[in-house]
Ligand binder design. Structure first.
Ligand code: PGA
Length: 249
């Protein structure tokens, strides 16, 4: 069965106010151009999520958070729970992004708890995995991915409640990408590993992320087992984001 691609924008710490609403509006206006070709998702900063969701209401563009806490409420200053994201209009949440793993020392067990909390709140978890440059140079890509999958995917993971994004850390924001062959072997490995622990792995969407842009999108999105992209920098411009989406099929 063909899996419908997901084109997801991770705005990171950008587009928090009026700029985010303007970006959402520009994407929504052009979303009909990609109808039937792929699903669209934008992940604004938490403070802008409700306003962006309101702006996108009635459009084909879904909204996601960039992170969530592992518990639904409580004394956790500065944190945001999955039910709160859902209430604000999110249907997805990114977990385990390498910037969270790196900047906030998040390990696989925490990513698993956050992803389980997302599932409990009815959100689709976009669980990020990927090796560092040193791990690739050391020939550890498959081992790292296997460990991250075993550790980060919660029990009850299915194709309906989870998307996995392969984002080599060294490719994020650098303009460098793996070759199509390297992505193909990583994604084949990821799908096989997920099949060991989750139902319906063949239909679970595997995104590639890291320096995706309108120029390289067609090649990257046509790689076997790549079911869409997670896009940082290029998702901050509606034209670039839609151009990438138009390369999906
Ligand atoms: P990038 O970021 O597209 O700017 O490389 C991707 C990501 O971190 O999700």
């Amino acid at each position: 069965m063909a899996v419908k691609p997901l084109i997801a924008g991770n705005w990171k710490m950008n587009g928090g106010g009026g700029a985010g609403i303007a970006l959402a509006r520009a994407i929504a206006e052009r979303a009909p151009e990609v109808a039937g070709r792929c699903d669209l998702l934008v992940c604004p900063p938490a403070v802008a999520l409700a306003a962006v969701a309101e702006t996108l209401a009635g459009s084909a563009v879904a909204v996601g958070g960039q992170d969530c806490h592992g518990q639904s409420s409580g004394a956790h200053t500065g944190d945001i729970s999955a039910p709160m994201l859902a209430e604000a209009g999110a249907s997805f949440v990114i977990t385990g992004h390498s910037e969270r793993r790196g900047d906030h020392f998040e390990g696989n067990a925490l990513v698993r708890d956050k992803s389980a909390a997302a599932h409990d709140a009815g959100l689709i978890a976009v669980i990020c995995i990927g090796e560092t440059a040193a791990q690739r140079d050391g020939g550890q890509v498959f081992a790292v991915l296997s460990e991250q999958i075993a550790g980060s995917l919660p029990q009850g993971t299915t194709a309906a409640n989870t998307v996995v994004a392969y984002e080599p850390v060294w490719a994020i924001g650098t303009g460098r990408t793996p070759t199509a062959a390297e992505i193909a072997e990583a994604h084949a490995h990821i799908r096989a590993e997920i099949a060991r622990i989750a139902a319906g792995a063949a239909d679970l969407r595997l995104l590639y992320g890291g320096s995706v842009n309108p120029e390289n999108a067609a090649e990257l999105l046509s790689v076997d087992n790549v079911n869409g992209a997670l896009i940082g920098g290029a998702s901050l411009d509606a034209g670039s984001f839609l151009a990438i989406a138009l390369a999906a099929s």
